[in-house]
Design a binder for this molecule. Structure first.
Ligand SMILES: [Zn+2]
Ligand SMILES: [Zn+2]
Length: 219
């Protein structure tokens, strides 16, 4: 008999900051975890994230951003400092990250602390933790540096602000492009099997199959 790897991928989601962004902690049976898009802004949100990690005895091993709009990066500095993790982003997200400090006050988020990127990943690279591997897809259009993280064993994709439940990301922000966004969804995300679960940057989870059939922006 073939021995299948037993994966217990777990996804914990938090909805943080006034923009209601989804922050994810993804972990497996080894209790290693990755922190994706920490959007925690005030002390209470930061404590909520930290408490979850402590209570579940998780070891954070990666800090990664799907892209670098303000709502997804508000907690980067806190996570870097608290867990001693390098910040990893796509190289094309550097510009959008640098822009955040310029517009943070206009968004009513003046306490934003910028964290420098420490390492870069490209499509085809892998983020490894515990027994789990995340593959990276480059999916620009919502922002120039957008990526999705794909876990093939449990069929899970963290899609950032590219694809939502019955909706798609904005393309009217600096560096956004509607055609590029649709192209990223069709040629990258929609090549995944229908039963892939999609965890978006805002709102509730969905599946690739449902969005292929029911998403009004893609039909
Ligand atoms: Zn965004
Ligand atoms: Zn967002």
């Amino acid at each position: 008999m073939l021995k299948h790897r037993h994966t217990l991928l777990k996804v914990k989601s938090f909805t943080f900051n006034p923009i209601q962004e989804n922050t994810y902690i993804v972990y497996d049976e080894t209790k290693s975890c990755v922190i994706i898009d920490p959007g925690c802004y005030d002390a209470q949100e930061k404590q909520e994230l930290k408490s979850f990690i402590e209570t579940n005895e998780l070891t954070p091993v990666h800090l990664i951003n799907t892209h670098c709009h303000i709502d997804h990066v508000l907690g980067n500095a806190f996570v870097k400092l608290t867990f001693g993790l390098p910040l990893q982003i796509h190289p094309k997200a550097v510009e959008e990250l640098r822009a955040v400090k310029i517009y943070a006050s206009n968004y009513g988020l003046p306490l934003y602390e910028e964290a420098d990127p420490d390492a870069f990943f490209e499509e085809g690279d892998q983020i490894k933790f515990g027994n789990t591997v995340l593959d990276i897809l480059f999916v620009p259009g919502h922002s120039p540096g957008s990526v999705a993280f794909v876990e093939k064993v449990s069929k899970t994709v963290m899609a950032g602000d590219v694809l939502f439940f019955r909706s798609i990301g904005r393309s009217d922000l600096p560096g956004g492009n509607a055609q590029t966004l649709i192209h990223s969804i069709r040629t990258k995300l929609f090549t995944l099997d229908d039963d892939y679960k999609v965890y978006p940057g805002h709102g509730k989870p969905t599946t690739i199959g449902e969005e292929k059939k029911l998403n009004p922006y893609l039909n």
